[in-house]
Design a protein around this ligand. Structure first.
Ligand code: URA
Length: 240
């Protein structure tokens, strides 16, 4: 792999900014292959050297993968002149990593949103051909029925001509307001809302709770994020 500046490598972990990396190195707290390096301008191949910060091995990652518990009110976009985007929920030092959301959630949809800078895996996870299920918790106005479940399973045709792939509808409760898990392997614009509206059961609340084998980490409060573990990233790779 190409050589990169030491401060860039250290900042890629998301734990320190480049400025903090510079300070750590100035204080003699950064070592490469056991030798203290005080200038963060030096370049190394991060995949073939051992870097320590304060004596702890740095876990270098070529790509960054983040799980965000998206709150309502934020756009799933890289930047927007008008409103706040999900990237505004991340610390500034991650801003240089060119992260983008893996698929979109509507402004008022909450829950699991992955962000990454690994384009190929992100696109594969979103491709309907790869059969990676996205699971949504939906609350609807109106009573969900067995006929609704069957219509989802058969593949809905929406009024605007969209023909949906067969989808799962697991009814959790049914009454004047109902709750369900909707399981999709595609992601058309407003798809869950459009599918449920076509059955006369408009969505009043929507949250994504799972992507493939990765459930929303309930330890994350709304608006907070964490890095995916190596095992979780390997699990996503195994899906595609
Ligand atoms: N389907 C929707 O209707 N909205 C979302 O945000 C995601 C899926």
């Amino acid at each position: 792999m190409a050589k990169e500046r030491l401060d860039k490598i250290i900042a890629s972990t998301g734990k320190w900014s480049r400025r903090e990396a510079k300070e750590l190195a100035r204080h003699g707290l950064v070592a490469v292959n056991g030798a203290v390096i005080r200038s963060v301008e030096e370049k190394f191949d991060p995949e073939s050297v051992g870097i320590t910060v304060r004596g702890e091995a740095l876990c270098y990652r070529r790509y960054t993968w983040i799980m965000l518990n998206k709150p309502a009110g934020y756009l799933s976009a890289r930047s927007d002149g008008q409103g706040e985007t999900v990237l505004d929920l991340l610390p500034r030092e991650l801003g240089k990593q060119e992260l983008f959301p893996v698929g979109r959630l509507d402004k008022d949809t909450e829950g699991l949103l992955l962000l990454t800078n690994e384009g190929s895996l992100a696109h594969a996870l979103l491709s309907p051909k790869r059969h990676v299920d996205k699971v949504y918790y939906a609350r609807t106005a109106g009573r969900l029925t067995e006929e609704d479940r069957q219509a989802f399973a058969d593949g809905l045709s929406l009024g605007d001509g969209l023909r949906c792939l067969p989808a799962g509808l697991e009814i959790l409760s049914s009454g004047e307001e109902s709750e369900a898990h909707v399981i999709l392997r595609e992601g058309k614009f407003h798809q869950v809302k459009r599918m449920l509206a076509s059955r006369g059961k408009p969505v009043v609340y929507l949250e994504r709770v799972q992507m493939g084998n990765l459930p929303l980490d309930r330890g994350l409060s709304r608006g907070s994020f964490r890095f995916l573990t190596e095992e979780e990233i390997a699990g996503l790779r195994a899906l595609v």
